[in-house]
Design a protein around this ligand. Structure first.
Ligand code: GLC
Length: 553
């Protein structure tokens, strides 16, 4: 395969922006579209070809925009539709496409569809959501626990019925079995296609289809209820709706789709992605779940080994080797920073960021860089639970308290796993608030901004940012990094992650030391030409220092 047979989105690099935290141009403390427009030069110099924007639609912001109250408008906090159109046009001049987030499992409880649906049992939208009567004792229809904690059913006085919500009670699930609902969603996505977007990231899509009968599940050890995930994820019949959406929205446009599908297994990928699949790519999360073999309950995280991580990544590479395409990512707005999540505690943060970057930009697939990752931004810990904004943090805190942990212990889990770790303001400069805003920022700025910021790193050839640019350049120069095959080597090593990317008779070997030790290289890897190394002086050709990256020919 050569790159000219690949689509544009297979050759590009995507940059994920969390607009609320990217750049504020008005002093209100939250980011906006004009902020993004003003940094297109920066993004172009990084070498990216698309921006995925997390939701910018009107929203009560219970879940920071994942509770949408209007699918075809812009939240005034971010700007206007004219700003959005300017963003598309300006980004285009920089060779960058704009990718929107489709949040179609649920709306906000303030969406006009829901307000109508809940008003009575016989209005025109009465079955646009999932309504059920109470059990005979008045309790919720089933014992399901929502993803954010607490029952996944909320009582509605007007209808004297419960409605289902996979996430927060302010995020009622839509009823995809109703064809009018599906059509309304397709119309909204087509609205954005007409505006010229370059693709979609599709949120929480595995939950859209519900089983025919909603029944109690076997209570788990967490709190005697059952996670809604186990009861509704990937319900048979879901693919019919997804193929229908593909035909009605995605087909025939020069766009890409990447769906969030936590728990789809590599062997099922063929139905989900590729020529006959529903999407172009799938975020399937298997590598993020190595610490959560029993489901994502933060107090229940398990220690894991490098071989665990390597084997799931290799399985995903294999599963997409001749069908579909892999979106490579180690960070997004729902995860801790990758330095904290994937590198040994105590490792140098700059070296750690470079190690992750090397894997991100040399695996086979389309790399997704999350804002600030290219600077080596890290987790921050707030000193009390009340300082957190992330709704998931509150639910997880409750779960830990109910399981018998002390408030201090519960806070520790939140400090490590909170989604706010990824949502603190982008670090642009050494100015007040890291140059993110002149006003009071909606989340505190990480104190390390004095060292970790775009301005300082642009001037430093050994910075994380400069390393990203070197890797991006390397991708551009070595076609094997784009379309070549992937083969893992040294599979049993608990210290080195190593693999070969090969195309015809050219190949590159990427070796990353994910340990705190100096690691001797096996003989066959020592005599090769070094193309790039994350260390700049006294390179020992026979060994790698802690967190060192070496790419050899
Ligand atoms: C996805 C989003 C997350 C959001 C959830 C509910 O997982 O990435 O941020 O809270 O869906 O929409």
């Amino acid at each position: 395969m050569t790159t000219n047979k690949l689509e544009w989105w297979q050759k590009t690099i995507v940059y994920q922006i969390y607009p609320k935290s990217f750049l504020d141009t008005t002093g209100k403390g939250t980011g906006d579209l004009n902020g993004i427009i003003s940094r297109l030069d920066y993004l172009q110099s990084l070498g990216i070809g698309a921006i995925w924007l997390t939701p910018i639609y009107p929203s009560p912001m219970i879940d920071n925009g994942y509770d949408i109250s209007d699918y075809t408008a812009i939240d005034p906090a971010y700007g206007t539709m004219a700003d959005f159109e300017r963003l598309i046009a300006e980004a285009d001049k920089h060779g960058i496409k704009i990718v929107m987030d489709l949040v179609y499992n649920h709306t906000s409880d303030q969406h006009k569809w829901f307000l109508e649906s809940k008003s009575s049992r016989d209005n025109a939208k009465s079955d646009w959501y999932i309504w059920r009567d109470a059990k005979t004792d008045g309790t919720a229809p089933t014992n399901w626990r929502s993803i954010f904690g607490g029952s996944s059913w909320t009582w509605c006085e007007e209808r004297q019925q419960y409605y289902l919500h996979t996430f927060a009670s302010q995020q009622p699930d839509l009823n995809w079995d109703n064809p009018n609902v599906r059509q309304a969603l397709y119309d909204a996505a087509n609205f954005w296609i007409k505006k010229g977007v370059g693709g979609f990231r599709i949120d929480a899509i595995i939950y859209i289809k519900k089983p025919q009968n909603l029944v109690d599940g076997k209570p788990d050890d967490i709190d005697g209820t059952v996670s809604v995930h186990n009861m509704i994820a990937n319900t048979p019949g879901i693919l019919d709706y997804l193929y229908e959406m593909r035909r009605n929205v995605f087909d025939g446009h020069n766009i890409f789709t990447v769906a969030e599908a936590n728990s789809v297994q590599p062997e099922e990928l063929k139905y989900w992605v590729g020529k006959h699949g529903a999407f172009d790519m799938l975020f399937e999360f298997n590598h993020l779940n190595v610490m959560f073999p029993d489901g994502e309950v933060w107090y229940n995280s398990k220690s894991w080994k490098l071989t665990d991580l390597k084997s799931v990544l290799t399985a995903s590479q294999a599963a997409t080797s001749d069908n579909g395409w892999y979106p490579i990512f180690f960070e997004n707005h729902d995860q801790p920073r990758s330095i904290n999540q994937f590198c040994p505690a105590g490792a140098d943060p700059v070296k750690s960021a470079k190690a992750i970057a090397a894997v991100l930009l040399t695996l086979r697939g389309t790399p997704f860089i999350y804002q600030g990752q290219e600077l080596g931004m890290t987790n921050t810990a707030f000193s009390s639970i009340n300082e957190y904004n992330d709704i998931a943090s509150y639910g997880q805190y409750e779960l830990a308290i109910n399981a018998g942990f002390t408030p201090e212990q519960a806070l520790k889990f939140v400090q490590f796993f909170s989604r706010d770790n990824a949502r603190t303001p982008m670090q642009w400069s050494t100015d007040k608030n890291a140059g993110f805003s002149t006003g009071k920022t909606w989340l505190p700025v990480n104190e390390n901004y004095i060292k970790v910021n775009a301005d300082v790193e642009s001037e430093d050839k050994d910075s994380v940012l400069s390393w990203y640019k070197q890797l991006v350049k390397l991708r551009g120069q070595h076609e094997e990094l784009i379309s070549g095959t992937y083969e893992e080597i040294l599979t049993d090593s608990e210290e080195l992650f190593a693999f070969v990317r090969k195309l015809n008779d050219t190949e590159l070997t990427i070796i990353v030391n994910f340990s705190l030790n100096n690691v001797e290289l096996p003989k066959e890897l020592t005599g090769k030409t070094i193309i790039l190394d994350s260390e700049t002086d006294n390179i020992n050709t026979k060994a790698l220092r802690p967190m060192e990256v070496r790419i050899v020919e």
